[in-house]
Design a protein around this ligand. Structure first.
Ligand SMILES: Cc1cc2nc3c(=O)[nH]c(=O)nc-3n(C[C@H](O)[C@H](O)[C@H](O)COP(=O)(O)OP(=O)(O)OC[C@H]3O[C@@H](n4cnc5c(N)ncnc54)[C@H](O)[C@@H]3O)c2cc1C
Length: 501
């Protein structure tokens, strides 16, 4: 370790991945400098402030808070000294098109009663599901915490032991069908595949752990917003001696052969270092920060052939009143399967979309002026690849359609007359303004051929001293796993991880 102490590390991007690696490495004594293109910290997990209203740009669900606690402790901090993280009960409310709703309580006896009320008899399957998923989660999560940068890493004992319970050859929907009969209940336990931007009918069965972790460990909200986690991470980077340069984009990674030597900034300055970590969206970063001829494996052609997550259509509404609606609400399309197929296979815009609404002001009064509230709406839609959707034409029409659906399906009947500020983000905006490849906001899909060793490696294959963090590398998209990518890279650079174990 002593020889590493003064090593200089450059990080491209101050999203959760870059900040996670940065705060751990700075704590370990490395000389860390982060360059962030935007004038603010946090990437997709940043705050969006408009006229006194504060929205989350992206994440609204905090799951597995134990991972956040671990990552902060590796950087020498207690996250609970910096943020008040509230556990939500109920977790969320789910609405079917026929008007039925299920409240997913964190409190288990209440939840079982609720399942029995709507789906009599299925509470038995729920208990069995939770027992079987505990085993899967315990084994799988241990496998996700380690890098897969050699083929023989597949032979890790942890992975071999986990393999029989991972359900890799079947889908999330298949696994749920073992425990539940009612399709509507399966949807209530399967929609989490969308967190990975995937269809429950295609997402590998291993990912039923997502609903398990929500039910087992809860869904949480940091007061001030989920983006406060990014801000707290930035503070830790700086308190640990790292530097964060906002509004300073990187134009190119400087290579000597295949060794990363530093970066060329957009302002023309060259900065040299011992290692470079890329947190920029993986495919977008590879396309723009390297010349095509310098990228054998991840050239433009191979990136175009990869499978990407869906995108999202977003509405951020500042409201001059408060609604009683619960913190997290999901409204399913009448035909959920068709809705999913339109997004992933047909690549058409759903006219009957499923949508998610966050009414954070029922939990957190810090995000809007007194007596006001913020409403965040997320609609999963196709990414930009091979789609004919023209958002310059669709933006206004789709905004109106989504508002109409909200008014029809929710208690927010007077929504439109109370909107004081409004912002819309389309997949084209994610692509062009947020530098997200094809607007696929949840990054590369988590299909079997893009997981573990087959996902871009944390120490990127084909390069020396060049590392990847964030949703596009192992272990994958979602805040806890993105933070794990930071830990993995910090350990690889710090030399404390044995890659041949
Ligand atoms: C709408 C939405 C909802 C989501 N909801 C959840 C949720 O509820 N829970 C959850 O766990 N996850 C959620 N996610 C997924 C994921 O956790 C977040 O997207 C997360 O912020 C991704 O982190 P990241 O570090 O991979 O990348 P980013 O947050 O995108 O960070 C990358 C950073 O790199 C910067 N950058 C790019 N190019 C350059 C360059 N050339 N030079 C310098 N800087 C550059 C970018 O500006 C950005 O700041 C959601 C995502 C979205 C979009």
């Amino acid at each position: 370790m002593s020889t590493d102490i003064k090593r200089k590390i450059l990080i491209i991007g101050a999203g959760p991945g870059g900040l996670s690696a940065g705060m751990i490495l700075a704590h370990r004594g490395f000389d860390v400098t982060i360059y962030e293109k935007k004038p603010f910290i946090g990437g997709r997990n940043s705050g969006l402030k408009i006229d006194g209203y504060t929205f989350e740009l992206g994440p609204t669900f905090v799951i597995l808070p134990q991972t956040f606690r671990e990552i902060f402790s590796l950087a020498g901090r207690n996250i609970d000294d910096m943020l008040e993280i509230k556990s939500l009960d109920p977790l969320y409310e789910l609405h079917y098109d026929d008007g039925r709703a299920i409240t997913m309580y964190f409190d288990k006896p209440k939840l079982k009663q609720e399942i029995a009320r709507l789906f009599p008899g299925e509470e038995v399957g729920y208990e069995k599901f939770m027992i079987s998923q505990k085993k899967k989660f315990d084994r799988l999560y241990a496998c996700l915490k380690v890098p897969y940068i050699r083929f023989y890493n597949y032979l890790r004992w942890k992975l071999i032991k986990a393999a029989p319970v991972l359900d890799l050859g079947v889908s999330v929907h298949d696994v749920l069908s073992r425990y539940f009969k009612d399709e509507d209940l399966k949807i209530a336990m399967a929609f989490q595949a969308k967190y990975l931007g995937m269809s429950p009918w295609e997402c590998p069965g291993a990912f039923t752990i997502l609903s398990y972790v929500e039910h087992e460990f809860g869904v949480h909200h940091p007061i001030g917003g989920v983006h406060k986690i990014s801000e707290a991470m930035g503070k830790v980077v700086e308190e640990n001696g790292g530097k964060i340069n906002l509004g300073m984009g990187v134009k190119e990674v400087i290579l000597e052969g295949k060794k990363a030597k530093g970066v060329l900034l957009e302002n023309g300055e060259k900065v040299f270092a011992d290692a470079v970590i890329m947190n920029a969206d993986f495919a977008e970063g590879m396309s723009h920060l390297f010349k095509n001829e310098d990228r054998s494996k991840y050239n433009d052609e191979s990136l175009a052939k990869k499978d990407y997550s869906c995108s999202t259509f977003m509405l951020y509404l500042g409201i001059d009143k408060k609604y009683e609606m619960k913190h997290h609400q999901i409204f399913f399309a009448k035909d959920y399967k068709k809705n999913v197929e339109q997004i992933f296979n047909g690549k058409t815009l759903p006219e009957d979309p499923s949508f998610y609404i966050q009414n954070v002001s029922v939990t957190d009064t810090t995000l809007a002026p007194d007596g006001h509230s913020t409403i965040y709406v997320l609609v999963p839609v196709p990414n930009q690849k091979d789609t004919k959707i023209d958002w310059t034409i669709e933006k206004k029409r789709y905004r109106d359609l989504v508002i109409k659906k909200i008014i029809e399906k929710t208690d927010l009947a007077d929504l439109e007359e109370h909107i004081k500020v409004e912002k819309v983000i389309t997949p084209a905006d994610w692509q062009n303004d947020a530098n997200v490849y094809d607007g696929a906001v949840f990054n590369l899909s988590h299909s079997l051929d893009q997981m573990l060793y087959l996902r871009p490696h944390n120490r990127l294959e084909g390069y020396k001293d060049f590392y990847i963090v964030g949703g596009g590398t192992h272990p994958g998209s979602g805040l806890p796993t993105i933070m794990e990518s930071g830990r993995i890279v910090a350990d690889l650079i710090g030399g404390s991880v044995k890659t041949n174990s």
